[in-house]
Design a protein around this ligand. Structure first.
Ligand code: ATP
Ligand code: MG
Length: 293
């Protein structure tokens, strides 16, 4: 596993499964450095080896989307957490300098299609996060309209938990909850339209917002990457077939499939074959190229 680098002027404060966070040496400086590693996780384990170039590819995609949502796509300018400062040279291609915000404890998930944990709840109850859906939907189907399906951001080591909108209102207040929902649905609509123009389906995605010192809701974390979103090829999806065929994706599905076939989920996962890591890297690269060209 890649360890967090030592970066002059910055102190390493936290490592998630994928990213390393730093604060400036100067305690009065309210910025933060978010460095994306090549680490890949599946089934809640960080795997070895990493995916070559993944941190840089996902950072490029995130930065491209932040620019689109700041108005490059013709929509209104959404505030985001980027300061515009250049990250330190050793991590220049895979890091972002951001404003440190008060993060909202909600993962703002928007789904335009039914799959994943939404599909699991739908099969059991006919709902997703308490929202009733039409009967007879299959795994991978398009929803009548995109839905906001928030999750509570669990403390470290615990699983995020899907919650209702009413619970979201209890957690952050009715006004902020409505703002989170409306902004998330707006971003999803803009992004899904941009993806569609490139022959891609943005099936679902997750946003994280913070609040700045002035109380302004600000888009934070990573945005619309293949770690936070499901992208499918529109032609492949339309051709039909099994759910697996329809939902051929641009993320670590290759890793998940290989692991599911080669590991019984007890103990430490096996080393990924080089070929699997390289094929996954190629998928991440293909998504970036298709989306941004
Ligand atoms: P994991 O992804 O391993 O489950 P994680 O989400 O905590 O855990 P990362 O995604 O690696 O870890 O780290 C990013 C962390 O930084 C998240 O906790 C995210 O909420 C936080 N974060 C992102 N942007 C900001 C910001 N502008 N200000 C403060 N915190 C932020
Ligand atoms: Mg995260």
């Amino acid at each position: 596993m890649t360890n967090a680098s030592a970066l002059p002027g910055w102190n390493h404060v936290y490592s998630g499964k994928v990213r390393d966070l730093y604060r400036p040496d100067d305690a009065g400086d309210e910025r933060m450095l978010v460095v994306a590693s090549d680490r890949v996780s599946a089934f809640d384990h960080v795997l070895s080896p990493g995916i070559p170039g993944k941190g840089a590819l996902l950072t490029s995609l995130s930065l491209w989307w932040f620019a689109q949502l700041a108005g490059a796509d013709g929509g209104r300018a959404l505030p985001n957490h980027l300061t515009g400062d250049a990250p330190p040279a050793p991590v220049a291609d895979r890091a972002m300098v951001v404003r440190s915000l008060e993060m909202q404890p909600i993962e703002c998930v928007v789904r335009g299609y039914l799959t994943g944990s939404g599909w699991v709840e739908y099969q059991a109850a006919g709902t997703v996060c308490g929202i009733a859906l039409p009967a007879g939907l299959s795994n991978g189907d398009r929803l009548p309209e995109p839905i906001f399906t928030p999750a509570y951001k669990a403390p470290l080591g615990e699983h995020d938990e899907n919650i209702s909108f009413a619970r979201t209102e209890e957690l952050v207040g009715a006004e902020r909850a409505a703002e989170l929902r409306d902004t998330s649905l707006e971003i999803y609509a803009r992004a899904a339209a941009a993806a569609e123009a490139k022959g891609l389906i943005l099936a679902d995605t997750k946003f994280e917002f913070g609040v700045d010192a002035g109380g302004i809701l600000t888009l934070a974390d990573e945005v619309l990457t293949s770690d936070s979103s499901r992208y499918w090829d529109a032609q492949t999806w339309a051709a039909g077939g099994t759910p697996e065929q329809r939902m051929a994706s641009f993320d670590k599905q290759i890793v998940r499939d290989w692991l599911a076939a080669n590991w019984d989920r007890t103990g430490t996962p096996p080393e990924l074959p080089t070929e699997i890591a390289q094929r996954t890297a190629a998928k991440y690269r293909e998504l970036l190229e298709r989306m941004t060209s």
